[in-house]
Design a protein around this ligand. Sequence first.
Ligand code: PMP
Length: 358
Amino acid sequence: ATGRVYNFSAGPAVLPESVLLEVKEELPMYRQLGTSILEISHRSPEYTAIAESAKSLLRKLLGLDETWHVLFLQGGASLQFYQVPLNFLPPGGSADYLITGHWAKRAFQDAQLVGRVRVAASSEDRQFCAIPDPSSWDLDPQAAYLHFTSNNTIYGTQFPSEPEVSVPLVCDASSDFLSRRIDPRRYGLIYAGAQKNVGPAGVTLVLVREDFLQRRNQPLPPMLDYGVHAAKLFNTPPVFAVYIVEKVLRWLEGLGGLPAIEAINNRKAELLYRRIDQSDFYRGTAEPASRSKMNVTFRLPSETLEKQFIEEAQQAGLIGLKGHRLVGGLRASIYNACPIEAVEALISFMDYFEQRYG
Ligand code: PMP
């Protein structure tokens, strides 16, 4: 569609244009239904087919076998901060947390309401500018799980690969879900709010492995029991969000799946960081070894110039570049659906801006 801007919003974030056009096309009348998908039962064959397709696409993309459950829940990634320990922190036991940013800390704080949790490592004393070096982690081999946030949306840092530990990993993958390949065997549970890399706000994707699921506490309120959702469609799911997620997954599969998107994402990040490093005018905030390929955070020489940059960029059709309110500065979120042309346009704008004000 003409007039669409280059969108660097951190979430909700850019969606593939082809998906939006498809939704527009089939929204009033879904297939031969004579009504939209939003107006019929979530137990209808039509919605069931959509949800099943989304599940099998997720399995295929991530290489998950039949021992994995795929759940479409609500309450955002934020509810997972509490639901995970409620299910998996055993009475008398403990879990380990890696505190690498604001959301990781939130997850830890919610778990403290449930039981005993340990900080295995934290980079808070360095303003979360890096992922702590694994050699410094204080791990409990008896931990029920190790929780980590694979990508720190606000601070622009990312784990270069999965933590290598002997206990099951639980991962908040909200801001890099499906952006690269992972090794599912290391995980017990992975969760992600859809609104960054996989769809609109309103659904949280939860992947949980059967043997891990079996360890959960009982009894639990059914709505917060992963086992209940794994066994059956317990209540009305976020139909519209799942419908769009299914289309995004098909789009991703059509691109060539995770190996293909990983290569594209690497290229986008490499181009942008190279531009940042090219002069002292722009300064990346994350330590190079911990740099995120999803959220690229940087500063300009002054807050006045940062404000000016955001305003002029917006006029040039580049939106969503303001850093998170906790940290200020600039943040370019370059999720899966952000095309390489957007990154190229941003780099050209950075060239222009430095020439003009540098
Ligand atoms: N975890 C991460 C890594 C996030 O980036 C966010 C949202 N910015 C959240 C959790 C919170 O997600 P939600 O708003 O879906 O609860």
